[in-house]
Design a protein around this ligand. Structure first.
Ligand code: TYD
Length: 207
């Protein structure tokens, strides 16, 4: 038996973590076995790499080193948590996955999509979600939500300039347009319950 793999993607402040949690709760209430996890992170090794990537101390990493570190964190997460969970027939809900590397290190940082995908092939044998929920939000609304959440304390990547985040958003749109069967593009405007209803409708297609 193989389970179901659902990823949430989108820019900062779109509400991915809230929506991932609400979906996990809804599926558990239906009696499903659900593992809720996140990237970068999800296993001890990947959380250690997360701390390296997001710390605001030191010089940080160039886009290629960053792409390698995200791919290494993902390899550990896929091998130790995601694949075993899917193999027992459970549902994995992941807050960010491969498409974040394609959008941030690729679209934002300039690493080619082919290179990001090659790293994913090496690290994680190319595992893709069954469904990728892309939450979309106008940049000014996202900035407003982030100001409330972070109080000016963003991490190293979240704190990059508006042009970087605009390239990230465009990249996500390209990926969703190129693979409409894998992506559900969902409007993240409105309150969490309204957005959750839209997410559930999309998940019913695959669950
Ligand atoms: P996260 O903690 O999910 O931040 P947020 O709640 O703001 O979405 O992710 C941390 C940061 O890491 C976020 O700015 C996006 C970035 N990121 C990448 O650049 N590449 C990746 O592959 C992943 C998974 C995340």
């Amino acid at each position: 038996m193989t389970g179901l793999f659902i990823a949430f993607e989108g820019g900062e402040g779109a509400g991915k973590s809230t929506q991932a949690r609400l979906l996990a709760e809804a599926l558990r209430a239906q009696g499903r076995d659900v593992v809720l996890t996140r990237e970068p992170g999800g296993t001890a090794g990947a959380e250690a790499i997360r701390a390296l990537l997001l710390s605001t101390e030191g010089e940080g990493w160039g886009p290629r080193a960053e792409a390698l570190l995200f791919a290494a964190a993902r390899a550990d997460h896929v091998e130790r948590l995601i694949r075993p969970t899917l193999a027992r027939g459970a549902i994995v809900i992941c807050d960010r996955f491969l498409d974040s590397s394609r959008a941030y290190q690729g679209g934002g940082g300039g690493v080619s999509d082919e290179d990001v995908l090659a790293l994913h092939a090496i690290g994680s044998e190319g595992l893709l979600p069954d469904l990728t929920v892309l939450l979309t939000l106008a940049p000014d609304e996202a900035a407003h939500r982030l100001a409330l959440r972070d109080q000016g304390q963003s991490d190293r990547i979240g704190g990059r300039d508006a042009a970087y985040h605009a390239r990230v958003a465009k990249a996500f749109e390209r990926f969703a347009a190129a693979e409409p069967q894998r992506f559900a593009r969902i409007d993240a405007a409105g309150d969490p319950a309204q957005v959750h209803a839209r997410v559930l409708a999309a998940v019913e297609r695959v669950a």
